[in-house]
Design a protein around this ligand. Structure first.
Ligand code: TRP
Length: 376
């Protein structure tokens, strides 16, 4: 395999590989970039701009402007996001959830959160249903630990709650042909039936609010852009069923601590899990890929490259909230004033501080988990 082939971009709901070109994704997926004008419009509602918007970590959308206009005219929206519980939660998963919480707080909206134990079971030959279900409850603790309001947060565990979802899933499934599904998701003759039906289930939370409350309002979905194919087909059929098209706001992937690629639980040494101990965090960060030079002397002289540095990305995405300090660090890095060891040390401290709080809240969440259940 040539380097180019190895680096080839693949972004599907089930696989993200290679160097991700976000501009190209906007074109290929047919979404819209988040422009400065749209940011201004958001800011009218939110006061200041959240870090993830300021830094363009959320970079693409569908109908976000429409949803804001509707909101101005008195039609609220609900939030919807989710998680495929295939393993423990790492800090990359928290990125869109933290933003979702910000939206819940500013717009005082409901959040529907789908835990897709069914999806993870059907797409992976080796998965056991009991295991993905159990993992879903574990993962929910991380969501709850972020401080979502129980009165406004509704977690759907697919297998447990399928009776609530099934009628809508059928309405959706009936209106999507196999040829559309195949073109959208690349299904093959060898793809199992569970997987082929599955996209209908992921559509349901876009519409469930009406069934539960009688209110017909759009859903706004904050999620990584790999999920977009689901919403493409959902948007096509929504008007036929009398619903609004779901709107979306797409974030970039938090890279792993290795070279390139997104953070992935299947490469545990390059992912920081929410349950990692301080020692483990230290080791992983210490071994991380940076934009540093081979020797100290060289780096002092020529500077390093924050653009490719995983440590810098963590500060940018999550751990340095102060824009001025981030810029200072970037400049010090480029001019060789600061070395990788120092950044690694700072990041380790910041991650461990965050995780020690998160882990306490995660423990407490065990007592509250039922309060968030959609069938509470
Ligand atoms: N399919 C997603 C995954 O594998 C889980 C999911 C379900 C989701 N509904 C969602 C993600 C809505 C984002 C938004 O992770």
């Amino acid at each position: 395999m040539t380097d180019e082939e190895k680096n080839e971009m693949i972004v599907t709901p089930w696989e993200v590989k290679g160097k991700v070109d976000y501009e190209r994704l906007i074109k290929e997926f047919g979404t819209l970039p988040i422009t400065d004008e749209l940011l201004k419009k958001i800011q009218k509602h939110t006061g200041s701009l959240h870090l993830q918007l300021r830094r363009k970590l959320f970079f693409s959308h569908r109908d976000l402007d429409t949803v804001l206009d509707l909101h101005d005219r008195g039609t609220k929206f609900v939030l919807y996001t989710g998680r495929g519980p295939s393993g423990p939660v790492h800090i990359g998963h928290l990125v869109p959830w933290i933003f979702t919480k910000h939206l819940q707080d500013t717009f005082h909206t409901r959040l529907y959160f789908q835990m897709t134990d069914d999806e993870k079971f059907v797409i992976d030959d080796d998965a056991q249903l009991k295991q993905t279900t159990k993992c879903g409850y574990e993962n929910a603790l991380d969501l709850i630990a972020l401080g979502f309001k129980p009165e406004d947060t509704f977690i759907i565990y697919d297998v447990q709650d399928i009776d609530l979802l099934y009628d809508i899933a059928l309405e959706v499934a009936k209106r999507i042909t196999y040829s559309t599904a195949k073109a959208t998701f690349g299904f093959q003759d060898s793809t199992n039936l569970g997987w082929i039906f599955w996209p209908a289930v992921q559509s349901v939370p876009c519409f469930i609010h009406k069934k539960l409350t009688g209110e017909n309002v759009p859903a706004l979905i904050p999620a990584a852009i790999d999920q977009d194919p689901y919403w493409r087909i959902t948007r096509d059929i929504a008007p036929k069923l009398g619903y609004f098209k779901p709107a979306q706001i797409h974030n970039r992937f938090l890279p792993g601590l290795g070279v390139g690629g997104k953070m992935s639980a299947s490469e545990p040494e390059t992912a920081i899990f929410t349950t990692d101990t301080p020692e483990i965090v230290k080791r992983k960060v210490w071994n991380a890929f940076t934009g540093g030079k081979g020797t100290v002397a060289e780096q002092r002289k020529a500077g390093a490259n924050p653009d490719v540095c995983s440590i810098y990305q963590y500060l940018l995405f999550l751990f340095e909230e102060d824009d001025k300090k981030l810029l200072e660090r970037e400049q010090q890095c480029k001019t060789g004033k600061i070395l990788c060891g120092e950044c690694k040390k700072d990041l380790t401290e910041k991650i461990n501080k965050f995780l020690s709080e998160h882990q306490k809240r995660r423990e407490k969440a065990k007592d509250n988990i039922q309060k968030y259940d959609i069938k509470r």
